[in-house]
Design a protein around this ligand. Structure first.
Ligand code: DAH
Length: 331
């Protein structure tokens, strides 16, 4: 029986300990056998033996419980040890990302017009001739179509060359008053220092019933917007032409590089052209069956804004994904 005590104390495993418990205290265990063997003993001897066996039983029970709790403790220690975090270990370097300058600029533009209570519309990148050209007062023979090198699918569909068709879609879906911008991707067959086949524009449109909207409203909001984007610049409006606006204008800001004195970037004019705008042409209202309304529209290129704000000289570098450039825009 002494042997069992050593066995219990040496036991390293809980299952093993349970087997030992059964072999001693179980129904067919050593103690049970010893009790059964007592039947051959005389009265006094029996008493003596029974006392001895009961004492042994208590001893085994205590020893088993003690070992059990020791093994539990060891188990817990091992578990804690294996799950320990080594805080002195060097972690892999985590790179902080940032917005691409085009996305960041787009977000800034959206946030300005959002604050001015304009809704954000999306439209479709795959358009049809009517929405992209015809409804915007660009009939099939119109020479201004040449300005836009279009990707055609050959089945009447095309990749939109500007975000202006979103004006048409919004006017057809809604009723005045309308105050919307349409930020989005546009496509043209063109690729050089200042053109990429895919780029981004933001279109704006404001329409009210009656003659409430004037060129003064357009000037006010665009001037305020350009100062929000470029800081303390001078803004001027220059007469221009777009088929979908009449009168049309282009907005210039005083050159960010030379402060208006004239340099290479502004071709020594002191001014940088940044957006097109105008009063919505009556023919555009006709194509969406609007009557007795007035409105203005504008459109701008997001890459051009981003390049001017961040002084990036080559448009193509915006799309090369070169980390040496992008890392400079980390926040
Ligand atoms: N759609 C013109 C373009 O892609 C930009 C533009 C100019 C939009 C004048 C307008 C506008 O709404 O009034 O070059």
């Amino acid at each position: 029986m002494r042997d069992f005590i050593n066995k219990i104390r040496d036991c390293q495993d809980k299952n093993e300990l349970e087997n030992i418990r059964i072999s001693i205290l179980g129904k067919k265990g050593e103690l049970a056998k010893a009790f059964a063997d007592m039947k051959n003993l005389s009265g006094d001897q029996k008493k003596e033996r029974a006392k001895e066996l009961n004492e042994l039983k208590d001893i085994f029970t205590v020893e088993l419980e003690k070992r059990e709790s020791e093994l539990s403790e060891i188990e817990l220690d091992n578990k804690m040890l294996s799950e320990k975090i080594d805080i002195s270990l060097l972690s892999p370097k985590v790179e902080i990302g940032g917005y691409h300058p085009v996305v960041e600029t787009m977000n800034r533009i959206i946030s300005y017009f959002n604050n001015m209570n304009f809704s954000i519309e999306e439209g479709n990148m795959v358009e049809d001739d009517w929405h992209n050209f015809e409804a915007l007062n660009l009939p099939k023979s119109h020479p201004a179509r040449d300005m836009q090198d279009t990707f055609y699918f050959g089945d009447g569909r095309l990749l939109r060359t500007h975000t202006s068709p979103v004006q048409i879609r919004t006017m057809m879906r809604e009723k005045p008053p309308i105050r919307m911008i349409a930020p989005g991707t546009v496509f043209r067959r063109d690729f050089d220092l200042t053109h990429t086949p895919m780029f981004h524009q933001v279109e704006g449109l404001v329409i009210e019933n009656g003659d409430k909207v004037s060129f003064a409203n357009l000037k006010f909001i665009l001037e305020d917007f350009l100062k929000y984007m470029f800081g303390d610049v001078k803004v001027r409006f220059r007469p221009s032409f777009f088929p979908f606006t009449e009168p049309s204008a282009e907005a210039d800001i005083s050159c960010l590089f030379c402060g208006g004195n004239g340099c290479r970037v502004c071709s020594h004019t002191g001014w940088l052209e940044v957006l097109g705008c105008g009063m919505v042409d009556p023919n555009v209202f006709k194509s969406v069956n609007y009557e007795n309304v007035s409105g203005y529209a504008f459109g701008l290129g997001v890459e051009r804004f981003a390049m001017l704000i961040h002084r990036v000289p080559d448009l193509r570098s915006m799309f090369e994904g070169d980390l040496r450039l992008l890392e400079q825009f980390r926040v």
